[in-house]
Design a protein. Sequence first.
Length: 366
Amino acid sequence: MAFIFPSRRVRRTPFSDGVEAAGVRGYTVYNHMLLPTVFHTTEADYRHLKTQVQVWDVACERQVQVKGPDARRLIQYLTPRDLSTLREDRCMYIPVCDQNGGMLNDPVLLDAGPDTYWISIADSDFLFWVQAVAGMGNFDVEVTEPDVSPLAVQGPLADELMSRVFGGAVTGLRFFGCGRFEWEGHEFLIARSGYSKQGGFEIYVNDTALGMPLWDALFAAGEDLQVRAGCPNLIERIEGGLLSYGNDMTRENSPMECGLGRYVSDNQLEHCIGGRALREEREAGSKRMIRPVAIEGMAPPSDRAWPLYADGRQVGRVSSAAYSPDFETTVAIAMVDRSHWDAGTALEVDTQDGMLSGVVQDRFWI
């Protein structure tokens, strides 16, 4: 694949110096920023993530800050999830839809202070959408991108490393719990969250100048833990069913099709963008849905959608796939028609290397 040519349009992050010193071998572009994709090999990074602890530069998870008297009311209008239980010590995963009920983003929402919220976004120009909705609706808010760059600590030893840097209290956070913790006289909002199933934290670094000092402190504290620089791992995220916006779901898909129906609250469907379309789908039932699919053997690298067939007819597509060393099969995320989404259904997968056999699973692997 071609080299990513440096450009001011593709922004470096507060941690890029550390990422480069750690020997990054590949990048992708995410929210107009660099996102590392591999350091050693995908398989070696996978094994280390599952056994040790990694520090991830995920500054590309940009924040859309909504601040002002109408901030919470605006965000509730954007999402079908009921936000009444959102508190300063809890963050929330929220689907955001267009007027047709199609997914625009699947961010994490945080209460960042009085009348101030951070929407930690997936890869899309979501800032413009929020600014447009705020302006058209005459909401009394200011919508900006603040100087906030997440740094993730992921893996089985994440609690140990974080306690050494931020104190033991940080390990008391529940899943999707958050709080403010001090390091070297600076206070950071930290959440127990992250884009892996191995457990960990995301540190919302609210000053670019603090990026490398904190990076270096984490590596110094974790030397005996064999801490490494890492990144979201394709194999591990597919095993865990962690969806990638723009890959596994787009505006063509509703939250229900993406398996996110539990985040669509009936009491909000009359009051949010896309609510009418979501209610109609809920009443009629979805025509397709995200399903885990096991593909025989070692499938080729997946850089395109693979059509799924049954009895000569296309019944879906594979959006992400990778060979899993732990489960000794190619694990995949697919959007499958209702007629063929039941566990145990046999399918044919049309890869660039030819047809392979696949089977719909009852659940993801981890």
